[in-house]
Ligand binder design. Sequence first.
Ligand SMILES: Cc1cc2nc3c(=O)[nH]c(=O)nc-3n(C[C@H](O)[C@H](O)[C@H](O)COP(=O)(O)O)c2cc1C
Length: 201
Amino acid sequence: MAKVLYIKANPKNNGESRTFQISERFVEAYRKNHPEDEIITLDLYKEDIHFLTKEDIDAIFGPKTEESRNHPVLRYTYQFAEADKYIFAVPMWNLGIPAILKAYFDYVTVSGITFKYTEYGAVGLLDGKKAVCIMTTGGEYMTPPMSDFEMANRYLRTLLGFMGVKDVKSIIAQRLDMEGEDIQRILGDTLQKAEQIAQVF
Ligand SMILES: Cc1cc2nc3c(=O)[nH]c(=O)nc-3n(C[C@H](O)[C@H](O)[C@H](O)COP(=O)(O)O)c2cc1C
């Protein structure tokens, strides 16, 4: 039985968010194909996520004890480390990810738990795990020349790779705010792709 973390980074509810429309379809299809797996939903706006304080940084860099598992920040780190798969649902905001997701990554990217430093540099500790990044964007950023501006999907893939998660798939609906676009067609195609990838994820 795999443990799946479904990480949602949008203050909108499922009905209002196009990103969640796709991610919910993915999760529904995943559940159907993997009924034995446990899916834990982390709606970041409903979690106790804040910017790291001085005390948090001391705990992150301090000794890890049994008590650390209950620390308000480190409990998220251990939860992340103990998952087998990650589903991210993320709209592009200002060319990157919403700040709350960056704040969450500051919780989970912790030396000694999700990566470690060796004499050769940093090494990820989350080998063998997989992730899917479900994203929507108003414009188009996945092809040149605008791909140079794209720092949402690239950041997710890079940071996950840094922690050792190398198997990262992306499901992206683009151009959703562009004039004259057939939004329903784009969303329909992406929903179909989400269902297909959910079967083999
Ligand atoms: C604060 C904010 C910033 C945004 N910045 C970008 C951006 O830099 N590039 C882009 O293509 N779309 C941008 N958008 C548009 C959203 O990415 C797009 O509408 C997306 O589909 C919204 O997803 P949702 O329906 O799940 O909220 C932004 C939207 C918001 C609310």
